[in-house]
Write a protein that binds this ligand. Structure first.
Ligand code: GDP
Ligand code: MG
Length: 166
């Protein structure tokens, strides 16, 4: 189970926190050098014989300029080249326009998208299901996994689910 995984989501949803939690002390590569003009490697997770390369795709948000529009298209291009993508959302904030914009953009790719509902430590357990229903209504996600990146809850499950797509 080795492959490339893009991490997408609005600012502050917890992308960096998740990567830190996953990579932990096992950092193999951590580089800010652009891998291509549009990707940068966020981190590499290595366990046993498998290796997962996490790619940052910073460009997916509602563009406010021509440059922004270019970045969105580049990010979509990246999504077409990876084995799977993690779409992080902040479960404590609810479904807003930022997430709706990203979900629209996701419809252009065939790559399996795993919806990662982060920050579940901040919500009541019974608030989760209605939120899942809202997101499911908008897109046919390959999987839906609730986590707390900060507390490390369910992150191992997420890695196992992800491995099934690599
Ligand atoms: P990014 O912009 O998507 O990379 O988001 P960051 O990883 O920088 O996180 C933004 C903020 O959310 C930081 O203050 C994190 O500590 C916080 N955060 C991230 N994950 C969680 C979580 O699972 N639970 C809580 N309560 N806070 C989180
Ligand atoms: Mg970050």
């Amino acid at each position: 189970h080795s492959g490339f995984v893009a991490i997408i989501g609005r600012p502050n949803v917890g992308k960096s926190t998740l990567i830190n939690e996953v990579i932990g002390q096992k950092i193999a590569i951590m580089s800010d050098k652009p891998q291509t003009t549009r990707n940068k490697i966020h981190g590499v997770y290595t366990k046993d014989n498998s290796q997962i390369v996490f790619l940052d795709t910073p460009g997916i948000h509602k563009p406010t300029s021509k440059l922004g529009d270019f970045m969105v298209k580049s990010a979509i291009g990246t999504l077409g080249e990876v084995d799977a993508a993690l779409f992080l959302i902040d479960a404590s904030e609810g479904l807003g326009g930022g997430d709706r914009f990203i979900i629209e953009a996701l419809k252009k790719v065939k790559t399996p998208i795993i919806l990662v509902m982060n920050k579940i430590d901040k919500i009541e357990p019974e608030a989760l299901l209605p939120l899942i229903v809202q997101y499911k209504d908008l897109h046919d996600f390959a999987e839906i996994v609730p986590i707390s990146a900060l507390e490390g809850n369910n992150v191992n499950t997420l890695l196992k689910v992800l491995a099934g797509y690599l």
